[in-house]
Design a protein around this ligand. Sequence first.
Ligand code: SAM
Length: 401
Amino acid sequence: MKLLSAILLKGLESNLQCTDVIDGNSGEAPKEKFIKFKPPLYRQRYQFVKDIVDQHEPKKVADLGCGDTSLIRLLKVYPCIEELVGVDIDEDKLRWRGDQLSPFLGDFLKPRDLDLTITLYHGSAVERDSRLLGFDLITCIELIEHLDSGDLARFPEVVFGYMSPAMVVISTPNSEFNPLFPTETLRDSDHKFEWNRMQFQTWALYAASHYGYSVEFTGVGEPPAGAESVGYCTQIGIFRKNEGKVTEASVSEQCQERAYKAVFTASYPSLQQERFLRLVLVNEVSRQVESLRLKHLRKLKEEEERMLGVKPPEVDSDFPAFGPVFTEAEKARIENSPKPFVLGTKFLVPLQRLMAYPKLCRICPSEDMMRSLIDDCVCLSSDASAVVVDLHDYYDYLFDF
Ligand code: SAM
């Protein structure tokens, strides 16, 4: 692998050589020198990763060479991801935007279903750190072209051989596209090389076969009409590990190695944490009980008005037009569950009725669990089968009850 990288770099380090490829076809390429991508190319690359996440729903994702953590900020909203890691050799970049990865007020008001921890490490993608083992997806977006020949030679061994995630996405500039830009030099002064498609694919296929991966090539940044032969502006390799996911056992077999320094870590509130589950559940139970109580009072008022000969408004009072929309099956489940009832001055809503509402059932899958979680915060009937509230409360006059 080292030999291959050295050959690729030695012979083809200069972008000018790559430019020769396009020069040979310059008659076919348009002379347009101001290519503008819509959406911008960096967003297309992020979108590409987001599509991969949508498709494969990885739990653990690491972004090597994460820079200012823009991609991590986009990925943190994905409900499937439980662990997000960013690694960069430039500590200042991590510190600059890292704080924006902390949970906001909204994350506490509407906690995620699953836990999420985000960690940023200062370190190099070519160093071994056992905290990067067992990942489902590792992305290296516009990273490899920043590696010198020594680091590039180490990269496959560390990323594919050691970290060994189920999937790796590597993007890098396609030098065949460069002649379409105003200046035909490297795209960034820190780039150590820019490869044409043949160079990238040769390197990628060798790494894939050596470490037991398959690789598929694609890209983002369509060439303009007439220059299709140059390929995408950004070339991308999607590597899939042949035997699938790494098992926990094989991860724990690896000895603990620590090369990275954690510079930021955040844990997001989630319904897996009891205090947030309780908070959300009590809030939703109270909201549902209040909605049923008001509905009951509305029905009483309508009956009273009917007796007095007042024509009632035509509304489907069980399932009003506003609020959650239920499927027919959900409506049937709610209607077939025990109904709320009145005992003296109290209004009682059976827990079984509450469990029939899809949102509550999703938050809390069993009646016993609901009972134990809300017990401290709401009033339950003596047999603990129903939530009890006053039939009338101080604010009812607002609704003319
Ligand atoms: N991936 C980000 C994106 O697409 O927005 C940033 C890409 S930026 C062009 C390249 C990043 O790789 C820089 O933030 C740089 O500090 C980082 N980098 C360079 N060499 C690295 C190495 N050996 N290990 C980790 N990060 C490295």
